[in-house]
Design a binder for this molecule. Structure first.
Ligand SMILES: *Cc1c(COP(=O)(O)O)cnc(C)c1O
Length: 384
C-alpha cells in the first residue's frame, strides 16, 4: 500500500503483515501470553502481551500511525490508560501541566484527584482564549493538553494557537482526539506531538471493547511504551482483534454519523421545546468557522438544552425508544444521556455550572440508524 493512499484504503490495509501470517487475510488472534525467547537483549523486546508486541498489537500500531500521518502509535487497555500513561510520561514529580478547562470527566478526575499524590501540579486554561495562557505558565510547565471537541458542550478550542504556544515555550502539545477520530482530524498534520484516543468510542465503533491509543512523535511514543510496559495498561490480543475489525469501517461510520448528527441538530434547532443546540456543524455554533476549517466532518456528538430544563430532560430520556439511555459514545447505536448525572457526576456542581453543564443538558451520541427513524424518535419523545 502506498503512503499516498486515501484514509479509507489505509483503514483496511495499513499495518497488515506482508506476507500475511499463514496466508490469513485477517490477522488471527495471538492469544499467547508469551513467545519463545529468541535472544532479545532488551527487556522491552521480550515477546509478551504486557510488552505490547504480539502481531495483533503490531498491526494496530502501524495502522493507527498511518491514519493520523504520525510517526508511531501504541494501543492501551483503555482510553484512561493512554491518557494517564501519557501524562506520567511527559511530566514527573515537581512538574506542571496546563489543561483546557472543559475536560472529559475521567481526565478531569485524574488531574484534580490524583495528580497531587504524584507531586504533579496543574492549571486549567480557557482553551478558547490564548491571551490568558501565558499568565499560567511556570518554569516547570512541561505540557499543554487539549480536546478536539469539548464534552459535552462541543466547543472547539484554538487548537492552532495551542500548537504555536507549545512550540514557543518548549512544551509537549497533547490532544484527546476521541470525538473527531482520525477521519475528521489528524493532530500530527497540525503539529501536535501526541494524540490520545479512547478506542472504546469511534475507532472501534461497536461498543464491545474498552481500549485506548497514543499516536504521535516516535521519540515520545517510545518513552510512552516503556512507561506503559511498567504500568501494565496493555490491550489484550482479543481486544486488538476486535479493534482491528472495527476500525476498518471507520470512514463509513463517521460519514453516516456526521450526516445523522447534522440532520438531528437542524431538527432540534427548529423545535419549540429546545432552546440551545451545541453542534459545531451548525452555522450558528460560535466556532463553526474554525471547526469547518480544521475538521473534515463534525462527528455524531451533540448536546442541547430544553426549555423545560431538568424535568423535561428526564421525561425525554424516559420516552425515547431508539436512543438508548447510556453514557459513552461513538458506537453504531444512538445513545442519549444527561451528563450531569453520568459523565460529569464526579465534577462539583459549581464547576458544572461554570462550564454550562446544567441538569437539563442532554447529550446525544448519534449512531448509524436511518435518519428519519432517529428524528421520528426524538419528535415523538418531545411531543406533548
Ligand atoms: C471515553 C473517553 C475517554 C476515556 O476512555 P476509556 O476508554 O473509557 O478509558 C477519554 N476521553 C474522551 C474524550 C472520552 O470520550
Amino acid at each position: 500500500m502506498r503512503d499516498s493512499a486515501s484514509i479509507e484504503t489505509k483503514l483496511v490495509h495499513a499495518g497488515a503483515p506482508s506476507p500475511r501470517i499463514g496466508g490469513a487475510i485477517v490477522t488471527p488472534v495471538f492469544q499467547s501470553a508469551m513467545f519463545l525467547y529468541e535472544g532479545e537483549d532488551d527487556y522491552h523486546d521480550l515477546k509478551y502481551i504486557r510488552l505490547n508486541n504480539t502481531p495483533n498489537h503490531a498491526v494496530l500500531h502501524a495502522k493507527l500511525a498511518a491514519l493520523e500521518g504520525a510517526e508511531d502509535a501504541l494501543v492501551t487497555a483503555s482510553g484512561m490508560a493512554a491518557i494517564s500513561t501519557a501524562l506520567f510520561t511527559v511530566a514527573s514529580a515537581g512538574d506542571h501541566v496546563l489543561f483546557q478547562d472543559t475536560l472529559y470527566g475521567g481526565t478531569h478526575d485524574l488531574v484534580t484527584k490524583d495528580f497531587a499524590q504524584f507531586g504533579l501540579e496543574y492549571d486549567f486554561v480557557d482553551g478558547d482564549d490564548p491571551s490568558t495562557w501565558e499568565s499560567k505558565l511556570r518554569p516547570n510547565t512541561r505540557a499543554i493538553y487539549f480536546e478536539t471537541m469539548s464534552n459535552p458542550m462541543l466547543g472547539v478550542a484554538d487548537l492552532e494557537a495551542g500548537v504555536d504556544f507549545a512550540r514557543a515555550h518548549g512544551l509537549v502539545s497533547m490532544i484527546d482526539n476521541t470525538f473527531a477520530s482520525p477521519i475528521n482530524f489528524r493532530p500530527a498534520e497540525f503539529g501536535f506531538d501526541l494524540s490520545l484516543h479512547s478506542c472504546t468510542k469511534y475507532l472501534n465503533g461497536h461498543a464491545d471493547i474498552v481500549g485506548g491509543a497514543v499516536i504521535g512523535r516516535a521519540e515520545l511514543v517510545d518513552r510512552f511504551r516503556r512507561k506503559l510496559n511498567h504500568l501494565g495498561g496493555s490491550m489484550d490480543p482479543h481486544a486488538c482483534f476486535l479493534l482491528e475489525r472495527g476500525v476498518k469501517t471507520l470512514a463509513l461510520r463517521m460519514a453516516k454519523q456526521g450526516e445523522n448528527g447534522l440532520r438531528i441538530a437542524r431538527f432540534l434547532e427548529e423545535h419549540p421545546a429546545v432552546h440551545t443546540v451545541n453542534y459545531p456543524g451548525l452555522e450558528r455554533h460560535p466556532r463553526h468557522e474554525r471547526a469547518a476549517r480544521l475538521f473534515d466532518g463534525f462527528s455524531g456528538m451533540l448536546s442541547f438544552e430544553l426549555t423545560g430544563e431538568a424535568e423535561a430532560a428526564n421525561r425525554l430520556l424516559a420516552r425515547t425508544e431508539l436512543f438508548l439511555s447510556a453514557p459513552s459514545l461513538g458506537g453504531v447505536e444512538s445513545l442519549i444521556t444527561i451528563p450531569a448525572l453520568t459523565s460529569h457526576l464526579g465534577m462539583s456542581a459549581a464547576d458544572r455550572e461554570r462550564l454550562g453543564i446544567t441538569d437539563g443538558l442532554v447529550r446525544l451520541s448519534v449512531g448509524i440508524e436511518g435518519a428519519d427513524d432517529l428524528v421520528g424518535d426524538l419528535e415523538q419523545a418531545l411531543a406533548g
